[in-house]
Design a protein around this ligand. Structure first.
Ligand SMILES: Nc1ncnc2c1ncn2[C@@H]1O[C@H](COP(=O)(O)OP(=O)(O)O)[C@@H](O)[C@H]1O
Ligand SMILES: [Mg+2]
Length: 258
């Protein structure tokens, strides 16, 4: 086994009396896609917030490539190559899709670009932005103002902005939430393609079980802040505890709706 890219031990976060995350451990290998599932309130977003540095854990540790990053601020963590999907309001509505990616690239290259002349710099940034947009299938929308993009395309633009920071570890928090079935299939296909390049390790939270079972090499199930189960998609699908706590609930909801 290789050295894990991410090693989380006994991680916990309490808000007053509520243990949002309660002693969760997880190891992620380089180039793996790990899905984090669990009902609303299970602690998934809080788990992400601790990895990306937005929240300081109240217990446990986070190691990235062997380095203890527990409690580091977000800017230091993102510089290491850990990036999480932004919320939509981080997209500049008045700028084009391309300009939004360029803003992220300029922040990334701030230092190394100062030696270029303006024209050369602008051209290099523009080409890189166009390349990132092409990866997400957004090349034809590059000049469209972000504010008028469809909801699905805005969420893809967020992923483009995440990739512009050249992360190794990408955290996607419900990337298909609110999408149409077609948009969901498109995102699933794109993320699968990105995973196949071997450039990224993905942690994905997702409600749509078909997306989870399509993308994940491994699944961790959270329930009330704790790790209920962890395993391959087949193992998780067949786990009676999981079915009772989570998948069973989904089945019931689906049946109720039909
Ligand atoms: N900033 C916060 N302050 C207080 N409680 C919070 C905060 N963030 C999350 N929680 C609580 O922590 C629990 C886990 O929430 P969250 O991590 O958002 O779960 P999930 O993403 O799995 O739906 C919930 O009970 C939620 O109300
Ligand atoms: Mg959440």
């Amino acid at each position: 086994m290789t050295e894990p890219i991410l090693s989380i031990r006994d991680l916990g976060k309490s808000f007053g009396g509520v243990r949002a995350v309660d002693g969760v451990s997880l190891e992620v290998q380089p180039r793996e896609t790990v899905a984090l599932i669990g009902p609303n309130g299970a602690g998934k977003t809080t788990f992400y917030n601790m990895i990306s540095g937005r929240m300081r854990p109240t217990q446990g540790s986070i190691h990235y490539r062997g380095e203890d990053i527990t409690g580091w601020p977000p800017h230091r963590i993102s510089r290491l190559g850990i990036s999480r999907s932004f919320q939509i309001n981080n997209v500049f509505q008045e700028l084009s899709a391309r300009q939004n990616v360029e803003v992220a690239l300029l922040a990334l290259h701030r230092k190394s670009l100062s030696m270029f002349r303006f024209a050369a710099r602008d051209r290099a940034i523009r080409e890189e932005a166009e390349a990132v947009l092409t990866r997400l299938g957004l090349e034809e929308l590059a000049e469209t103002r972000a504010g008028i993009l469809s909801y699905g395309d805005k969420r893809l633009l967020e992923i483009a902005i995440v990739l512009a920071t050249r992360p190794s570890l990408v955290l996607l928090d419900e990337p298909t939430a609110g999408m149409t079935p077609e948009e969901t299939r498109n995102v699933t296909r794109l993320v699968a393609g990105l995973a196949e390049t071997g450039e990224y390790t993905f942690l994905i939270t997702e409600h749509d079980m078909s997306v989870v079972f399509d993308l994940a090499d491994r699944i961790m199930v959270m329930h009330r802040g704790q790790r209920l189960a962890e395993g391959t998609p087949e193992e998780i699908r067949g786990d009676p505890e999981v079915r009772k706590a989570y998948l069973g609930e989904e089945v019931t909801e689906g049946e109720a709706a039909s």
